[in-house]
Design a protein around this ligand. Structure first.
Ligand SMILES: NC(=O)c1ccc[n+]([C@@H]2O[C@H](COP(=O)([O-])OP(=O)(O)OC[C@H]3O[C@@H](n4cnc5c(N)ncnc54)[C@H](O)[C@@H]3O)[C@@H](O)[C@H]2O)c1
Length: 340
């Protein structure tokens, strides 16, 4: 079977490709434009092509040559909090890029697609979010993910391919892009400490999130493409346990410095980012039933492993966008003044 993984130089996509190759699939094709991923993450046993999914003509040519039967779509601009300030490029890299891939794939024999969506589609509804809730996204990124989900369902009905939609919770671990100042709270906090800088907490820090260690996420995404029971399903992936951002801050400081945390590293609090959802965590019964999901790595252990990896990679200078499409006083200072 010819398998295509998009976003395969990125964090989760690279582990999905590794898993598929490890369990014996050998025709694994990988694409990424390296805007947020790294060549070092690409599995050498895969067939890698640098390709920007926003380039419709090039994507058409690529897909009609490779003719993937199973696609895992992970390529994205996943900076949820930033999406309000770059609504057009967010839509180009998420919804438009996805259709650029899906349409030629349908024409070229697609059998199944696993769409990696996000918990952001639930918006600010009652937690824990279960898959039976109708999505009500609160931000531009969530709207893009929901549009991808709905378009998949509609086109699958009309053109007869299979699909699974995965909604991961906050995923963290080795290979996460440490130089991204816009997303991934655990990576940002750790990288700031590596750079001997304080980190910033938006809002009260009481926001609740469920954090998923990468080894408890990527294999289940890969399995979703291989297990018939997952066909046509929407599945949350992540632990039941939730933590606040203040908890994360304390655990990281403790794991980083031990019992004597220098006073100067106490985090600084800034206003909430606009449209930020306060409580966002999900149920995972469906993943347990369909994909045999289990949380194997607890938060402290996962953070310890991530710090160990990050120390080897070392501090990464944050890479900022040249411009926002829209900017006002609600645009976080950390981004406007490049504080991270
Ligand atoms: N990390 C999380 O906590 C999390 C949570 C929920 C959902 N997700 C979803 O999982 C997927 C993977 O996320 P991740 O954390 O590994 O992010 P990531 O940024 O590490 O990976 C995304 C990859 O997509 C690539 N990419 C971006 N635009 C592209 C384009 N136009 N053409 C080709 N490649 C492009 C980037 O270079 C990057 O390597 C995304 O779809 C994201 O929305 C992630």
């Amino acid at each position: 079977m010819k398998i295509l993984v998009t976003g395969s130089a990125g964090f989760i996509g690279s582990f999905v490709a590794d898993y598929l190759l490890d369990i014996g699939y050998h025709k694994v094709y990988c694409i990424d434009d390296l805007s947020g991923g790294f060549l070092r993450n690409i599995n050498k046993k895969s067939v890698f092509t640098k390709l920007d999914l926003r380039d419709r003509k090039k994507v058409e040519r690529y897909v009609s040559r490779v003719k993937p039967e199973l696609i895992y779509h992970l390529a994205a601009d996943a900076a949820e909090g930033r999406s309000q300030f770059v609504p057009q490029s967010c839509t180009d890299r998420n919804y438009v890029a996805y259709l650029n891939l899906l349409v030629p794939a349908i024409k070229n024999g697609l059998k199944k697609i696993v769409v990696v969506s996000s918990m952001s589609v639930y918006g600010a509804q009652q937690t824990p979010f279960s898959e039976s809730l109708y999505p009500k996204p609160e931000d531009i990124y969530g709207i893009n993910k929901f549009s991808m989900e709905k378009s998949t369902e509609i086109l699958a009905k009309v053109f007869g391919f299979k699909f699974t939609i995965i909604r991961p919770h906050n995923v963290y671990g080795p290979r996460q892009n440490l130089s991204d100042p816009y997303r991934n709270v655990i990576a940002i906090f750790i990288n700031s400490l590596l750079g001997k800088k304080i980190f910033y907490i938006y809002g009260s820090g009481k926001q609740k999130r469920a954090f998923t260690y990468i080894a408890d996420c990527a294999p289940y995404i890969a399995q979703a493409g291989l297990v018939d029971k997952a066909n046509g399903e929407v599945i949350n992936i992540g632990p039941k346990e939730y933590h606040t951002i203040n908890d994360i801050s304390k655990i990281i400081l403790k794991e980083f410095f031990g019992d004597s945390i220098p006073q100067k590293y106490q985090p600084q609090y800034l206003p909430f980012r606009p449209q930020e959802v306060i409580e966002a965590y999900c149920t995972c019964q469906k993943a347990e039933k369909i994909l045999a999901y289990k949380t194997k790595t607890n938060l402290r252990e996962g953070i310890r492993k991530t710090i160990e990896w990050a120390r080897k990679i070392g501090y990464q200078k944050p890479v900022y966008l040249k411009d926002f499409e829209l900017v006002n006083s609600t645009t976080p200072l950390t981004w406007r003044k490049k504080l991270i």
